[in-house]
Write a protein that binds this ligand. Structure first.
Ligand code: GLY
Length: 371
């Protein structure tokens, strides 16, 4: 039976843990578990530069990325956002600061787009999240380089953004400092691992290891645009826009912006398409005209690990195996909460905050899942 007999096993904090997957989720778990006293090995055949986390925009935006009906995801995201300042501060010893923005603003191109934003704003209001309506003058004052034609939406001062690449490098350094072993092997079969406990954090590849876990890849393309001498400074806040029905976001970096993201059901395809680049550039330029003077630095595609209900799968499969996968659009945001939840699970005391992420909600996974 799932999650039974756990407490007896995991009291020994000197035990060993295998973490399958070395992206932001796997590394966060490995770091926190090692600092909690576990001897941890991360298994991943790919360098971090080839992880899904390397592609991400890095928004910590559970409110502005939320949508009516996704209340549980909103609750989880906010619970993780609350941990982020401490998480980032603890990582500061292992590289430069990861935080690149301290708020989000939303903007729209036309009347229908404004209605979409108002729907999200009203929903957030109903759930007691603090959003601030913006006037055109306030928008211009906050972000003078945004297009004058834009219609203001609202601002959320609690949201953040991080540089995903600085983050994964810092996590790798923090893991090394905590004694985590990195093993460049793909885990083919959980049963073949010798560690006392196993955590599956294999993102979009999870169902290749645990075939009954319904995690599917959803492709997303993003661009990296770099400021050139004389071009306008990037926005100071993350800017989320709806442009004639199409969402686009600009996430500040010290040297420019990340523009994202397309969304397609395309299996494991990570090729960048001409149409994806064209749409992102066109929409981003409507928001921030000065981007046309930026250097086109990179176009890259990754895979979001989505689940049928858009909630992550986070919890015990059996007394040896815990899953931390299916983080969808929010892998970076949910990393601190996920790490805390897995360390709590290893200690036999699951967090109440993850009560809706139990893998048992997927009926096929009632007993063991190919573990
Ligand atoms: N969270 C950003 C994205 O999924 O595009």
């Amino acid at each position: 039976m799932l999650a039974q007999g756990v407490a007896g096993i995991v009291k020994d904090t000197q035990g060993t843990v295998a973490v399958a997957g070395g992206g932001v989720i796997g590394l966060s778990i490995a770091w926190r578990a090692a600092t909690a006293g576990w001897r941890v090995t991360v298994y991943d055949p790919n360098p971090i530069e080839r992880s899904t986390s390397w592609v991400a925009g890095g928004m910590l935006a559970p409110m502005t990325e939320g949508w009516p009906g996704e209340e549980r995801l909103l609750e989880l995201g906010v619970a993780s956002l609350r941990r982020w300042d401490e998480f980032a501060a603890a990582l500061a010893d292992f590289g430069s600061s990861v935080v690149t923005a301290h708020s989000t603003i939303t903007v729209a191109a036309d009347e229908a787009d404004v209605r979409d934003l108002h729907r999200v704003r009203d929903w957030l209001d109903q759930h007691n999240h603090c959003v601030t309506a913006l006037t055109r003058a306030e928008l211009r004052q906050a972000e003078p380089e945004l297009a004058r034609s834009l219609r203001p939406g609202f601002a959320v001062s609690d949201e953040r953004a991080v540089d995903n690449r600085t983050l994964v490098r810092a996590l790798a350094a923090a893991c090394a400092a905590a004694g985590v072993r990195m093993t460049p092997h793909r885990v083919q079969n959980v049963a073949s691992l010798h560690e006392d406990q196993v955590v599956v954090a294999t993102g979009p590849w999870t169902s290749t290891l645990l075939s009954r876990m319904p995690v599917r890849p959803v492709k997303g393309e993003v661009l990296r645009l770099r400021k050139r001498p004389g071009s306008p400074d990037p926005p100071s806040a993350t800017v989320r826009a709806v442009i004639h029905g199409r969402p686009v976001y600009l996430v500040p970096r010290p040297d420019g912006v990340v523009v994202g993201a397309t969304q397609y059901e395309a299996g494991f395809d990570t090729q960048v398409t001409a149409g994806g680049v064209r749409d992102l550039l066109a929409d981003a330029e409507i928001v921030f005209p000065g981007l046309s003077e930026y250097e086109f630095a990179e176009a890259i595609a990754g895979m979001r690990p989505m689940t049928p209900d858009n909630l992550p799968i986070l919890g015990r499969l059996d007394e040896r195996v815990t899953i931390a996968a299916g983080h969808g659009r929010g892998g970076i945001l949910l990393a601190p909460l996920t790490a805390d939840a897995v360390v709590a699970e290893l200690a036999g005391a699951p967090l109440d905050e993850t009560k809706y992420t139990d893998p048992r909600r997927f009926r096929n996974c009632h007993d063991k899942c190919d573990a």
